[in-house]
Structures are given as C-alpha cells and as structure tokens.
Design a protein around this ligand. Structure first.
Ligand code: NAD
Length: 484
C-alpha cells in the first residue's frame, strides 16, 4: 500500500478505530492505496469527550487569536499545495489541475474565516437613555461535519475554518472513499497551532453518522452528500433536537438560447459537464436547448471531443459508479435518445484498471427519461429540446433539485426573465459552473438543501453560532424611562 493504514484523529493523536478496516482505492488505476477504519459509536464518544474538554478554553480564546491560527493554516495550505493536490488526485481520481483548483478554493474559504473578527463582530446600541444592548455571536459547542467523496479537501474546508474560528470544536467524518486528505488537514491544523481536541476525525460510514446524529454532546450537524442521505441525516439530527444543515444532490440545467455566443457557450457547457469527471454538485447535467441551436450543439460536440480520459478528464470514483453512469447512457439510447458522443467502454492506456468514462453527449432526451431527472454524476450531458423559454423553464423547474441553473444568451432581458423564474439557489448567466466566490455563500434550494442558512460565506455564521442579547444599565442616575 502506498499510504500507511489510516487512524482516527482524536485529542491531537492518531488512534486506532474499534471496527474493521476498509480498502481505499486510487480510481485512476484501481489499486488499493490505503485502508480506513470503519469506526463505531464508542469512537464517536471518545471524540466528543475530547472536543467537550477542549471547548471551554477554545471558546474563551479571543476570536482574533483563533483567527491567527487560521492565517497560519492558510499559509500551510499554500506551502503544502503540491502534496495536498497529489493526495486529492490520488484518492479521488480527478486531474492535477482540478486538484490544485480544489485546494485553492480551500485557501479562499480559509481567508474568509480569517475575516470573522471583522464580520462577526456583533453590534451595540444605546437603546434607551443609559441602557445599552449588545448582540454577540456565541459558539454552539461541539459540532460535526460529514463530507462526501467528490471534494476530499475543499468540502471539509467549507466547514472547518468557519466553525472553528467562531469558537466551536469539531468532529469530522470524511467520506470513507477519500479519507487520506482529511488526515493531512488534521496535521496542518496542528502545525498551525490548533489546540488538541478542537478538531477530531472519526472515520467510518453509516454507524459513525448515526452515532453523530444521536450523541447528546453534539450541538449541530452539517452534511454534504446525496439527497437520500441528506434527508436521513436531517431527520435524525433534528429529531434529536440538534441544529442541522444538510446539502444534497443536484441536477443542474443550462438553458441555451439561439443567440448565445457559440464558442463561449460550447466551451463552458463542455467544461461544466466534464470537469471533475462530472462528479460536481454544480456540474451541467442537462442542457435545455431552446429553438434552433444545432450550430451550438455541433460546436459543443467538437469541444467535448477535446476532452481526453486520462489527460484532461479524470476517473470516476469507483467501478460501481462507472457501471451506474454507463447504465444511464444505455437506457437513454434504448429509449430513443441520440448519442452524439459516447464515453462508454473507455480504456486508458497503461491504466486499464482505472474507472474511466469518456465525455458523453446525448441529444433528444425526453424530460420523462430517468437520465433527464436523476443525478447521473458522471461526464454526461443530456440535451433536452424545448420550443420556447417558458417550456425550458418548466423543464428546469420540474426537477426535485435546485442547486444550480444557468442561461446562455446575449439578451440581458431574457437572462433576467429566466434568472427570476429559475428555481435554483445558485444561478449563472453565461457561466457553466456558477459557484459563488467568498463572501457569497454556497447552497441550493429544494431537495438540494435541507435546513436554513448556507454552508459557506456570511450565511454560515448564523449556522455555527447562537446570538446572545445583553441589555446593560450601569448608571443609577440615568433618566427614568420605559427601559428602567
Ligand atoms: P453519500 O451521500 O453517499 O455520502 C456522503 C456521506 O454520508 C459520506 O461521508 C458517507 O460515508 C455517508 N453515508 C453514506 N450512506 C449513508 C447512510 N446510509 N447513512 C448515513 N451516512 C451515510 O454521497 P457521496 O457519494 O459521497 O457524494 C456524492 C453526492 O454528494 C452527490 O449526490 C453530490 O451531488 C453530493 N454533493 C452535494 C454538494 C452540495 O453542495 N449540495 C456538494 C458536494 C457533493
């Protein structure tokens, strides 16, 4: 094995989990690169005890000092960029440039967390003669973050810097498919000066997640993953009276109008559909082609042919994922859709055991087909034809998801019409992947997110803190009024 067997990280030390080990694969060649412990509820309990012990001192540390640790963490992310990106590439299978971009986003969210002393500073107002009211953001206590396989470095970092700078202690449950990056994050946090117990990792699967949802010592749970599990986690955590924010899957529609800039649209749609092998919750999954757009579709196919598996297209996460994606393509073909570019049965020379699916473009998909409705999570674009903009909108809005949507047009009025009516939390105009940059927050609508607040940006402050409202009067001679 390329990497030593992984351990949990509790109270600043690496400790063995109490369950069995599971293999960790390199998707690019199918080799086993490590093993990860499948922990049990007693491991979660140990982590909660460590985090509870660390909380009084960490939460009493001034926020400006807590932020200083994250300035150092940000520098360490930069310094260790190569190693961090290689780990992502190895355990997730994406390309090295995508892996670097992922770590760059982690750096951006950490920069944002460093600004918390300024933006989460609270408020004070003399509300009546001699009477002041303060409002402060107070940490919740021990919180948990449960993360998916598709961004092993970035998604943990969506939550760690913000939650910790705001004074919480955390237990991270990374995806068992990509657990190696998380342990490197723990190492860098320690090197940055984070006290032991403030950040802990419990590796595992369902049992760990259930133990997190049930543990009375955990105040809040954030989750990023599929809608199916997001619903389970939201229901279980809130039924145990915890605060929960659970982000689910996506089916993102790009509406393309005939006046769209051909080159920009074709290259953006192809990149959005295939980036990170289509394993992004912001990926273009369905393109709704309005009216006469064959000239754009032709160009899109040409652009997609430039995407070469093993070169500028990474692997998908597992053999099961490859088979699932290929089944969607086959089913669409059997139901009458037209395959313009076929990524099935793809082999990369020298990496014959890798889990690759080539870029796939399918035209004349009907809205009722499974490939039009379900999350495929592979480099596959389903093109659905629509006669007009309102039909396109009704196709987009009939999705149970609502993570992202985009329109490609040169008509500002039409872009506004569509953006006002699209039921999605993140909207793009001539942008294939409309991820908001910090300080704007990340989060979808409908069954792409359960709970209030977004997971990053200013909105996350409300999720990771509770408000204390203090009313103060010191001067007994203050003029008597209604506040007295
Ligand atoms: P997943 O739901 O299978 O797993 C997510 C986490 O839940 C993992 O840590 C996993 O161990 C755990 N888990 C899995 N099954 C469980 C169960 N039955 N009970 C309790 N916990 C369970 O998701 P994934 O396959 O790792 O990630 C891909 C999904 O994540 C896609 O649907 C993608 O759209 C979504 N995603 C969403 C966003 C977003 O911002 N909305 C971002 C990234 C990924």
């Amino acid at each position: 094995m390329k990497y030593p067997a992984l351990k949990n990280y509790i109270d600043g030390k690496y400790v063995s989990g109490s369950g069995i080990n599971l293999d960790v694969y390199a998707p690019s060649d199918g080799s086993i690169i490590s093993v990860v412990p499948i922990s049990k509820s007693e491991d979660v309990n140990q982590a909660v005890i460590a985090a509870q012990r660390a909380f009084p001192s960490w939460s009493a540390t001034p926020i400006k000092e807590r932020a200083q640790i994250f300035y150092r963490y940000k520098s360490l992310l930069e310094k260790n960029m190569n190693e961090l990106a290689l780990l992502v590439q190895e355990e997730n299978g994406k390309t090295i440039s995508e892996s670097i971009a992922e770590v760059e986003k982690s750096i951006e969210v950490t920069e944002f967390a460093c600004s918390m002393p300024q933006i989460a500073a609270g408020e004070v107002l003399e509300v009546s003669k001699g009477v002041d009211c303060h409002i402060e953001h107070c940490p919740l206590g021990v919180v948990a973050s449960i993360t998916p396989f598709n961004f092993p470095n970035m998604v943990p970092n969506w939550t760690i810097p913000n939650a910790l700078v705001l004074g919480n202690c955390m237990i991270l449950k990374p995806s068992e498919q990509v657990p190696i990056s998380a342990n490197k994050i723990a190492e860098l946090l320690k090197e940055a000066g984070l006290p032991d117990g403030v950040f802990n990792i419990v590796h595992g699967t369902k049992d760990v997640v259930e133990a997190i949802c049930d543990h009375p010592g955990i105040q809040a749970v954030s989750f990023v993953g599929s809608t199916k599990v997001a619903k389970i986690v939201y229901a279980r955590a809130t039924s145990n009276l915890k605060r929960a924010l659970t982000l689910g899957g996506a089916k993102n529609h790009l509406i393309v109008l005939p006046d769209a800039n051909v080159n920009m649209t074709a290259s953006n749609v192809a990149a959005s559909m295939s980036g990170c092998a289509g394993q992004r919750c912001m990926a273009a999954s369905a393109m709704v082609a309005v009216g006469s757009v064959d000239h754009i579709i032709n160009q899109l196919v040409e652009e997609s042919k430039k995407i070469i598996p093993g070169k500028n297209l990474g692997a998908v996460i597992s053999l099961q994922a490859k088979e699932r994606i290929e089944n969607y393509i086959t089913e669409a073909e059997q139901q009458g859709a037209k395959i313009l570019l076929d990524g099935r049965n793809c082999k990369v020379e020298g990496k014959e055991n890798g889990f690759y699916v080539g870029p796939t473009v399918i035209d004349f998909v009907k809205p009722e087909m499974r490939i039009a409705k379900e999350e495929v999570f592979g480099p596959v674009l389903a093109i659905i034809r629509a006669e007009n903009v309102d039909t396109a909108l009704s196709i987009q809005n009939s999705s149970m998801y609502g993570n992202a949507a985009s329109v490609f047009t040169q008509n500002g009025g039409m872009a506004k019409y569509i953006s006002e009516r699209a039921s999605a939390g993140m909207f793009g105009v001539n942008i294939g992947v409309p991820v908001p940059r910090e300080p704007f927050s990340f989060g979808g609508w409908n069954e792409s997110k359960f709970g209030t607040c977004d997971i990053t940006g200013k909105s996350s402050i409300e999720f990771w803190t509770k408000l204390k409202k203090t009313t103060v009067k010191w001067n007994p001679d203050s003029k008597v009024n209604w506040m007295s």
